[in-house]
Write a protein that binds this ligand. Structure first.
Ligand SMILES: Cc1cc2nc3c(=O)[nH]c(=O)nc-3n(C[C@H](O)[C@H](O)[C@H](O)COP(=O)(O)OP(=O)(O)OC[C@H]3O[C@@H](n4cnc5c(N)ncnc54)[C@H](O)[C@@H]3O)c2cc1C
Length: 331
């Protein structure tokens, strides 16, 4: 079976590695010259830096395991940086319940309400109940407009800009629920993890082609087809790890009954977070990271697949953590 993967970020390389390890032929197509996607490194004056800053939590167990498995465990360091809010020229520690209770810019009632909501997010283990909501609407309703506008809205705007009001509540839940006081960092940048992952894919016989922009995605005679500068290539299965809106633009010929939901992007509702799944009936699989975990691919959940009948449907059940070995039944 020949599997194509579009995108050599965390998701694409992780999927490619799993396919290669399961004995499948795999080809990764990546637009940029380097692998790593958002977690890519660049070098400044001989020092490797991350294009975007990253850290992991103690609860990111799959990422921690992956770092060790790739031989980078010696570079993983943990620190306990203080967390603080800077407001009206003053800095306030915001690490724990005491920090919240002493916060001077909210009334006691608002502080208590904020603290209760954070405690609630810590104890709820299943994000499914938050899936219909954006963070802005849920937080505003539960902790009140004042607490939301004072504490969270500036942070969300600072991180997400125009998308701040659209980010999904499960994403926000994960930032609170999974957060540990200790933050982990790979000395020299997380980009190394993905460079190493690409090496592993190649070592297992896979191909990782950088500088390959995919221009069109479609289905052709039961196979997935991709057009790039190198012409049209066909794959038995194609895994797409692009942002959903971009995928929809590149695949204009596919019927997409879910597209309004998918194109909501960050605020995508239940089911649009998905995972790798290969099946004889599904030449095209669209992947997205689980909202619980931005980077480490832990606990991915569902996939959408385009069946030969060209109908986009939800995968009927949660997907296997490990891909089946070559020749085995894919489900
Ligand atoms: C500022 C910032 C801070 C972050 N901090 C953290 C953090 O602390 N911890 C954490 O866990 N996560 C963090 N994240 C999130 C994390 O970086 C991403 O979730 C993760 O890297 C996404 O991986 P991905 O493979 O899904 O997507 P991407 O990394 O976006 O990979 C998609 C790949 O597809 C390629 N591509 C795009 N178009 C085409 C095309 N037409 N043809 C071929 N290839 C194409 C892209 O070049 C890219 O390499 C942060 C993100 C940002 C922006």
């Amino acid at each position: 079976m020949h599997v194509g993967v579009i995108g050599a970020g965390a998701l694409g390389l992780m999927a490619a590695w799993q396919f290669a390890r399961a004995g499948h032929r795999v080809t990764v197509l990546e637009r940029e010259k380097e692998v790593g996607g958002l977690a890519v490194n660049f070098t400044l004056g001989g020092t490797p830096l991350e294009r975007f800053y990253h850290h992991i939590f103690r609860s990111d167990t799959r990422m921690i395991r992956l770092i060790h498995e790739l031989g980078l465990g010696g570079k993983l360091v943990w620190g306990r940086p203080p967390t603080a809010l800077r407001l009206k020229e003053q800095t306030h520690r915001f690490d724990d319940a005491f920090g919240v209770l002493r916060f001077p810019f909210l009334s006691l009632a608002d502080r208590l309400r904020l603290g209760l909501v954070v405690a609630y997010l810590k104890v709820v283990n299943d994000p499914a109940r938050f899936e219909p909501y954006t963070a802005a609407e849920w937080l505003r309703r539960m902790m009140g407009a004042r607490a939301y506008e004072t504490v969270w809205a500036p942070q969300l705007r600072g991180k997400l800009g125009d998308y701040a009001d659209h980010v999904s509540m499960p994403w926000f839940w994960a930032r609170v629920h999974d957060r540990s006081a200790a933050l982990g960092y790979v000395r020299g940048g997380f980009g190394q993890v993905f460079e190493r992952l690409a090496e592993e894919v190649r070592r297992l016989g896979g191909v990782v082609r950088t500088g390959q922009t995919v221009l069109w995605i479609g289905l052709d005679a039961g196979q997935a087809a991709v057009r790039s500068g190198s012409g049209v290539e066909r794959f038995d299965h194609l895994v797409v790890t692009l942002p959903t809106a971009l995928f929809l633009r590149l695949a204009p010929d596919l019927p997409d009954p879910l597209s309004p939901a998918l194109s909501r992007g960050l605020a995508a509702p239940r089911g649009t977070q998905c995972r790798d799944r290969v099946g004889k009936a599904s030449p095209l699989v669209v992947l997205a990271l689980d909202p619980r975990s931005e980077l480490p691919l832990s606990r991915p959940r569902r996939a959408y697949e385009f069946s030969p009948g060209l109908r986009l449907r939800r995968a009927a059940r949660p997907l296997p953590r490990q891909l089946p070995a070559a020749g085995a039944s894919p489900v």
